[in-house]
Design a protein around this ligand. Structure first.
Ligand code: 13P
Ligand code: SF4
Length: 305
């Protein structure tokens, strides 16, 4: 089967089997083309609840499939490629958060959505890169313990000096590859370009560029801008998507090293295999896990929706 035939088969099978395909923005363009919805982590969470189909296939990483299962427990939820995990989500567990809570009494625990369902059970509120500022600003509490991305946390904290923050975790290893020297080089080599980055980048990078936003924030900004050259500082799939979508504009990668292997491993074959029962992994969470991890996710949707 060639690519086109496989895409047609996927479209036919998803209808026949009442399946909704969700794809994160970092997935390949050929996966976007068969997806019912493509977006950032916040958009995918909202879509999980809205989908009318009885089954969801997530093309993304494990925490995204877990979030769908938590928000739509009555649906069968599959992760298209069982090996696709987020290395940052593995940095901290629930026990680490429980220990931090003892050390920081009086702090509200806020976790990035890029965490396991198990860790989410121990926190007060979940945020995504596109919803974090809005959500944390609305919280009545002013002492925030933020995990596990100190770069995203620092970028949020910079926008609300009235609140006190404590950060734990090591952040995203792929975005950490982008350095201030990359920004300096991009300014030199592409003086007319705007530089757009994800808030998972280091502070010295985020503070030196023209726009900081989520994956779909970057896509929207570049699509709608009347400028013609952009340097993209997030997983390099976003620069490729934009080059396909906006052929009259030019997109450069801020660093060739900003690659997330986990986001890159899902293929059309995986989705086809998931629909035909030969690959993918069905996500199961206990009733207790769902009830406890849903509480901070519901708070995110209530404050950020
Ligand atoms: P977004 O919520 O911006 O899509 O980010 C998810 C992610 O994993 C970025 O590295
Ligand atoms: Fe996780 Fe970073 Fe990959 Fe996003 S890019 S999935 S945060 S490791």
């Amino acid at each position: 089967m060639d690519k086109k035939q496989m895409q047609e088969e996927i479209l036919r099978l998803k209808k026949e089997k009442d399946v909704c395909i969700l794809a994160h923005a970092y997935q390949d363009h050929e996966l976007w083309e068969v997806a019912d919805y493509m977006g950032d982590s916040f958009g995918l969470s909202l879509q999980a609840q809205k989908a009318e189909q009885s089954t969801v296939i997530m093309c993304g990483v494990r925490f995204m499939a877990e979030t769908v299962k938590t928000l739509a427990p009555e649906k069968r939820v599959f992760l298209a490629n069982a090996d696709a995990d987020c290395p940052m989500a593995r940095q901290m567990g629930r026990e680490d958060v429980l220990e931090l809570k003892k050390q920081y009494p009086g702090y509200t625990v806020c976790a990035y959505i890029n965490t396991t369902a198990d860790l989410k059970r121990a926190v007060d509120v979940i945020v995504t890169s596109s919803s974090a500022v809005q959500i944390i600003e609305k919280l009545p509490e002013d002492k925030i313990l933020f995990v596990p991305d100190p770069n995203l946390g620092g970028w949020i904290a910079g926008q609300m000096p009235e609140k006190t923050f404590a950060f734990f975790g090591d952040g995203c290893p792929s975005h950490a590859e982008i350095t201030a020297a990359d920004v300096e080089r991009a300014r030199r080599e592409h003086p007319d370009a705007e530089i757009l980055v994800h808030p998972e980048c280091r502070k010295e990078v985020s503070s030196a560029v023209d726009y900081v936003g989520s994956t779909t924030g970057i896509l929207k900004y570049a699509r709608e801008s009347d400028r013609s050259e952009f340097v993209i500082g997030t997983e390099n799939s976003i620069a490729r998507h934009l080059s396909i979508e906006c052929p009259d504009k030019t997109f450069y990668e801020l660093s060739p090293k900003c690659v997330c292997h986990d986001m890159r491993i899902t293929t059309l074959e995986d989705v086809y295999g998931c629909l035909t029962g030969t690959s993918g992994e069905e996500i199961f969470l206990s009733e207790e896990e769902i009830a406890e991890s849903r509480r901070p996710i519901d708070r995110m949707i209530e404050l950020g929706g």
